[in-house]
Design a binder for this molecule. Structure first.
Ligand SMILES: Cc1cc2nc3c(=O)[nH]c(=O)nc-3n(C[C@H](O)[C@H](O)[C@H](O)COP(=O)(O)O)c2cc1C
Length: 167
């Protein structure tokens, strides 16, 4: 049995919605709202999905900010990590899903292996800290400006990729 968990936080419920879409596609997966569990349990998993939304000129959502110090102390050696990021490309085109880039940078520092990068095609924005080599470092989701069936399709193909790459 695979050992997979999602750790997310969500101010208005959007990241929770996408976490639930992802859970439906993967067997034996646990979901943790870091508002309740903090950074506890992350270390118990080898296959990890992190969900983060972006606020205020590219900042991490509040609950991520609150657990940031203990989160940065976790050693991600031998762990595979996939990130999904919520943002709004129309209202915030200069900082679209920046927080996903912030998590990416930290996981690399903590020796984790990132999986699940995705194409930037089909999005409209000016700049994003979540892009490396012309690809998003994870799955970028704009729930405010995208039809739900398109998001579900994106989640399906992303989770197929994760299934191939998780331990
Ligand atoms: C005050 C405010 C600031 C925001 N700033 C950004 C931003 O800099 N970049 C971005 O991509 N989205 C930004 N957003 C959009 C949110 O990330 C988006 O609505 C997201 O779906 C919220 O997810 P959540 O409800 O799970 O927290 C902002 C939203 C608000 C209300």
């Amino acid at each position: 049995m695979r050992n997979i968990a999602i750790f997310y936080s969500s101010s208005s419920g959007d990241t929770k919605t996408v976490a639930d879409f992802i859970s439906k596609e993967l067997d034996d997966i646990k979901e943790f709202d870091i508002k309740i569990t903090g950074s506890d349990y992350i270390n118990d998993y080898t296959n990890i999905i992190l969900g983060v939304s972006t606020y205020t000129d590219g900042q991490l959502q509040l609950e991520w900010q609150k657990i940031w110090d203990p989160f940065c102390k976790i050693d991600f050696t031998d762990k595979k990590v996939a990130i999904f990021g919520l943002g709004d490309q129309i209202k915030y085109p200069d900082n679209f899903v920046d927080a996903m880039g912030t998590l990416y940078t930290q996981i690399k520092k903590s020796n984790g292996q990132i999986i699940g990068n995705t194409s930037i095609e089909g999005y409209q924005f000016n700049s994003s800290k979540a892009i490396i080599d012309n690809k998003f470092v994870g799955l970028a989701v704009d729930l405010n400006n995208t039809q739900e069936h398109i998001i579900i399709e994106k989640v399906k193909s992303w989770t197929e990729e994760l299934k191939k790459n998780f331990n």
